[in-house]
Design a protein around this ligand. Structure first.
Ligand code: MLT
Length: 320
């Protein structure tokens, strides 16, 4: 098969694919380069950080399979993909485990001032009595978006002795039962805002979630709360968040793994604030998760390639 790998994936997966297929790798390619490289490709695998826009798709007449090596598809023109009958396969599970753990890592780092503690110690300052933090145990953890990732975060919170409340736009009866079993009580968006000591965001980016956390909704949050965003940058208005994190604002701290602007040289307005932790979209980036995603990519391509071969041999028989 002719494959374009447009974002870094597990290196051993690339090596194995190269043994059997015609593989082109183009990480961080600009749009024009992508348009050029995709021309004869049948399969495209990609992650966040690359935009698969309509004009890129227009240059890919042979494209039959899109593999999203992760979860979010906000960087893809989904209608166009379906309209052209291109198969789209997402691999959300492995990354979900890593993102949920990262949410917890950020919660603990915020609550216990871990980054400041490390910085001060390296400067020779023994701030044992200044660096008082907060317990998570006994606090309320709010989750906006209780799907695959959010429900995992909730389960971790419940295990940590937190009261966990969650909100989602659409919840099926099966989900309600599953969430209850994980220790998550469903609530309204407003209650999650005003009751949560820690609020973790896990919604996809779409029209209804763009700037879901804006000046108005952030002002509805509990005074002294921590906000964590591992979903997508566009879900939080960073300027409004800056306002609530400054002296006199409602929030005690925030941690963001995703940003309105991502990539080398891009600087979040939140970078000026000391009570903020910023990471470069590494939530799903554990070796374990990426290895698992790599294995799934191999399986997906193997089964797709076998089906293509079957179609070709049937066409040969009919032609004979
Ligand atoms: C995802 O949606 O799975 C994450 O953004 C991870 C990634 O693709 O980098």
């Amino acid at each position: 098969m002719r494959i374009l790998i447009a974002s870094p994936i597990f290196p051993a997966t690339i090596e194995k694919l190269q043994e059997e297929h015609d593989v082109v790798c183009a990480f961080n390619a600009k749009r024009e380069e992508l348009k050029d490289l995709i021309r004869d490709r049948q399969i495209l695998t990609f992650r966040s950080g690359v935009s698969i826009t309509a004009d890129v798709m227009a240059c890919s007449p042979d494209l039959k399979l899109l593999i999203r090596a992760g979860s979010g598809i906000d960087n893809l023109d989904e209608d166009l993909v379906h309209g052209r009958g291109i198969q789209l396969v997402r691999i959300p599970e492995p990354g979900a485990k890593a993102v949920a753990e990262m949410s917890f890592a950020l919660m603990l780092a915020l609550a216990r001032n871990l980054l400041q503690a490390d910085r001060l110690l390296r400067q020779g300052k023994w701030a044992k009595h200044e660096l008082t933090g907060y317990l998570l145990t006994g606090k309320t953890l709010g989750i906006v978006g209780v799907g695959n990732i959010g429900s995992r975060v909730g389960r971790l919170g419940a295990a940590w002795g937190m009261e966990v409340i969650g909100y989602d736009k659409v919840v099926s009866p099966a989900m309600v039962a599953d969430l209850k079993e994980k220790g998550i009580r469903l609530s309204t968006f407003d209650e999650v805002l005003y009751r949560s000591d820690v609020l973790s965001i896990h919604v996809p980016l779409c029209e209804s979630t763009r700037y879901l956390f804006n000046a108005e909704t952030l002002a509805g949050m509990k005074r002294g709360a921590f906000l964590i965003n591992l979903a997508r940058g566009g879900v939080v208005d960073e300027r409004a968040l800056c306002h609530e994190l400054r002296e006199g604002g409602r929030l005690r701290g925030a941690a963001l793994d995703v940003h309105e602007e991502e990539g080398d040289g891009k600087m979040s307005p939140l970078a000026k604030l000391p009570n903020v932790i910023l990471t470069p979209h590494i939530g799903a980036g554990t070796i374990d998760s990426q290895r698992e995603i790599g294995k799934r990519i191999m399986q997906i391509i193997a089964s797709f390639s076998a089906k293509q071969e079957l179609v070709r041999s049937q066409a040969r028989i009919q032609a004979a």
